[in-house]
Structures are given as C-alpha cells and as structure tokens.
Design a protein around this ligand. Structure first.
Ligand code: SAH
Ligand code: SF4
Ligand code: F3S
Length: 436
C-alpha cells in the first residue's frame, strides 16, 4: 500500500474533513502516515480565513515541493478552502499535482488514477447535497477519547468579511440518522466525548418523509445515547441560538456547559456592516438568557479588531461588551481583507495596520485579565473532568477539561485516561485550573 501524509490547517471541520479524506484514500490504495518522508502523496488541507493562514500554506508548499523534486513519483495536493478559492492559480505554480475543493473529496481516487507529472488534476465543484454522511472517518485523534462529528457543511450567512460561504458553498444538514449512528459507533469504540461541528449549528435542519430534526432535537438525541457520553458542539450563531437549544442543554447533564458564541464586535454599527443580523442588545440578551438557565455555563467568543470604518468609539464598545460579559476565553483577530467577500467589494479596508494592531493588543490585554478573573473565580469549586492524559508541563500530573471547557491539571493517583473524575480547584492561571 502507498502512504499518504496530510497536514491540516484551519478549523475543526477541516480536521474532520482530513479524517474523511483518509477514509476515501484507503479505497485508492493509500494508508495514513505521519511521516512526510515515507509518503508518496503529500497533501495540505487548507484554510483561507485570513491572509496569514494562506501565507503559512504557501510556505509549506515549498517544503512539499522539495520532497517532490528529490523523490520522483511523489505527488503534492492542495485540498480544502484554499484549493476552492484559488483553483488553477495553484496549478499554475507548477508545484501542485492535485487541487481538490471541500465537496469533491469523493473524486480523489479517480483524480489519483488520472494524474501524471504532465497532467495535474483538479476538482473544485461545490455541491448542494454532499455531506459525506456514509463515510466513516479514519480517526486521527491521538487519545481515542474525544471525537468530532460534522453535522452540516457550508454556510448560508453572508457575513461581509467572511470567505467561508465562497469556499464551502451553501449550507446543508447531514442525515440525522447517520449522525446518531456515527455517535453511537464512536461510543461503542470507547470514545467518551463527541463534538458536533458546523459553521452555524443552530440552523441545523434535516427533514425526511416522516420527521423534522432541528439542532435542539439532534443534541438531545445524541445526549440520550448514554449518560456518560459527553456532548459538545460548535459553533453557535448569536442570531440563531434558540431557547430550545439552551433548555435542551440544561435538561441533559452530559451536554457540556460551554457555548462558543462569536460576537465579532460590541458595536451595533459594526455588526450591521458585518451583516451579522444581531446587535449588541440582542447578543447581551442571549448571554443573559444562557446564564439565567445555566449559571455555570462557560462562554467563549471570537472578536475582530479594525473592521472597515471602525472608529475608536466602535472599538470602545467592543472592549465594554467584553468587560460586561466576561468571556472565559476568546479568539481575537485583526481584520484581514479577503478577496471576493462583500466587504472586499463594497467597503474600504481603511483602518491602518498599526491602529488595527493596537486595538487588537488592547482587546487581548483585556481578555487576558478577564480570563484570569474567570479562572480564579473557580477556586474552591469542585468540577468534573474527563481525563485526557498526562499534562504537557508536568507528566506526573494528568489533564482534562471541565464541563465548561476549562483545562484542568490534577494529580494522577490511580485515575484512568477516559474516566470522569471529580477534582477541587485550588489555584488558577488565565488558561488552566490547578486542582487537587
Ligand atoms: N461560523 C463561525 C466562524 C467561522 S470563522 C461564526 O459565524 O462565528 C472563525 C472566526 O474567524 C470568525 O468568528 C471571525 O472572528 C474570524 N474571521 C473570519 N473572517 C475573518 C477576516 N476576514 N478577518 C479576520 N478574522 C476573520
Ligand atoms: Fe463566516 Fe458568518 Fe458563515 Fe460564520 S456565519 S462561517 S462568520 S459567513
Ligand atoms: Fe478556514 Fe475553511 Fe475552516 S476557510 S476556518 S478551513 S471553513
């Protein structure tokens, strides 16, 4: 059997896609390797979300190309979002043999059959139906405890800064029965946690002749598989997260108390320009609702600094929202203009780089302070953690996440990997709970 090596960039959905790709490649006679040097097929599953994400991949392409030159017969593929965005521009470099978009992975065996050094192959067709529902992913996680399951693909929103609707196509929900089958299957294989993935899980909707399944229903059904199976999900959209979803979480103790709810900006004027379809007040109301039903629920977010026309006042609104909500953690980015998006076509990327970066630093500094506060507020509390394995810093300790997604480290004693255990928080940094 030949060997395939894949590097994955971007979001969790790409991690899951790579697992689907490995499964499809098996049919074409390739097994998975983690060593680039022994592979006959080198691929990067790519991300286009910000310019720096793409720059990194251009760098990796050089490394792959050295292998391709020094070892005749080695093939290089660029797949995923950047393949979809750049299409034949990638082939024109002369450094790539295969360009395959996110909805075209099933054609990999055919493309591999046809590819020769003189005829590179490309398939970047987007689909309205493809969900890879029937493909059993080759799990690439290291510990066999936590599995990711894609429940939908694409995105029907048109946030004006975002390239995803162009690289991933229209939103479609996967057959609920196949999701439940996959979740049961990983549980039977010994996994203790599943994370349901989609760009906007709250708009999940699947219909058959005799039933309609929305996200709340799906979440409840997955949670009902077993009381000791932890269930997580991402990403929620503030405009779509419903009371029904919040109540379903509250009704199932094994649905983890954590919601990733990207706010992007605290300024209603910016949110309007971003086409997020909610405003500051709406967002704060959703947070209040979540916390009234689940006071212990962890909240994390994404923030963009320096979007088109953002003023100091808009920026202060973002800081004040972050101050008010007190997120446990946030992913924070400087706005990156992406070709083809609505913002790129109709707005000016007019916040100077140094202003963007200064605002981003202020956002990061505030969040670090808030994270420390939120983590320190856990001191003295008892939390239930899923044991993932040895702690990275101190191999004599174990680590694992609390239900609210905070990382915990604690003494190993005779605790087993994959078990749920109760620990008491005795100290905290801004990213870790130290427990006894
Ligand atoms: N579907 C999710 C987010 C997907 S992209 C949602 O709607 O929230 C992940 C994050 O990348 C976004 O939340 C946003 O904060 C960031 N992002 C997306 N496009 C960006 C851009 N052009 N520049 C900077 N950050 C961006
Ligand atoms: Fe992008 Fe908006 Fe879709 Fe999220 S919801 S993937 S930010 S377009
Ligand atoms: Fe990146 Fe595509 Fe995910 S652009 S964030 S890999 S959907």
């Amino acid at each position: 059997m030949k060997k395939a090596y894949i590097e994955t960039y971007g979001c969790q959905m790409n991690v899951n896609d790579t697992e689907v790709i490995f499964s499809i490649l098996e049919k074409a006679g390739y097994s998975r390797t983690e060593s680039m040097e022994e592979a006959q097929l080198l691929m990067a599953n790519t991300c286009s979300i910000r310019d720096n994400a793409e720059q990194r991949i251009w760098g990796r392409l050089e490394v792959f190309n050295q292998q391709r030159k020094s070892r005749p017969g080695v093939l290089v593929g660029i797949v995923g979002c950047m393949a979809e965005r750049l299409k034949d521009q990638l082939l024109d470099t002369g450094k790539v043999d295969l360009v395959v978009g996110p909805d075209a992975y099933r054609s990999l065996p055919r493309l591999l059959e046809a590819v020769t050094p003189d005829s590179p192959q490309m398939d970047v067709l987007l689909s309205r139906e493809e969900t890879y529902a029937d493909i059993t992913p080759v799990r690439t996680d290291k510990n066999g405890i936590s599995a990711f399951i894609s429940i939908m693909r694409g995105c029907n929103n048109v946030c004006s800064y975002c390239v995803v609707p162009y690289t991933r196509g229209a939103e479609r929900s996967r057959d609920a029965r196949s999701i439940l089958r996959e979740a049961r299957d990983v549980y039977d294989k010994g996994y203790k946690e599943v994370t349901l993935l989609g760009q906007n899980v709250d708009s999940y909707l699947w219909k058959s002749e005799n039933q309609t399944v929305n996200f709340a229903r799906l979440l409840g059904d997955v949670a009902a598989i077993a009381p000791d199976l932890r269930v997580r999900f991402a990403t929620s959209h503030p405009k779509d997260i419903s009371d029904e979803v919040i109540d379903t979480m509250a009704a199932h103790p094994n649905i983890c108390r954590h919601i990733h709810l990207p706010v992007q900006s605290g300024s209603s004027r910016m949110l309007e320009k971003m086409r997020r379809k909610y405003n500051r007040e709406w967002y704060l109301e959703r947070v209040a609702r979540i916390r009234s039903v689940m006071p212990d629920c962890g909240l994390t977010t994404d923030v963009i600094a320096g979007f088109c026309s953002e003023t100091e006042e808009d920026h202060r609104q973002t800081l004040s929202l972050m101050e008010e909500v007190g997120f446990d953690w946030a992913f924070m980015f400087a706005y990156s203009d992406r070709p083809g998006t609505l913002a790129n076509r109709t707005m000016q990327d007019d916040v100077p780089a140094q202003v963007k970066n200064r605002r981003l630093s202020e956002i990061i500094e505030l969040q670090n302070r808030k994270s420390l506060e939120r983590y320190r507020a856990m001191i003295g509390k008892q939390v239930e953690v899923l044991v993932e394995g040895p702690s990275k810093r101190n191999p004599e300790q174990l680590c694992g996440r609390a239900s609210n997604n905070m990382m915990c480290v604690f003494p190993a004693l005779d605790r087993q990997k994959g078990s749920l255990t109760s620990v008491t928080v005795v100290d905290a940094t801004s990213a870790t709970l130290i427990c006894e």
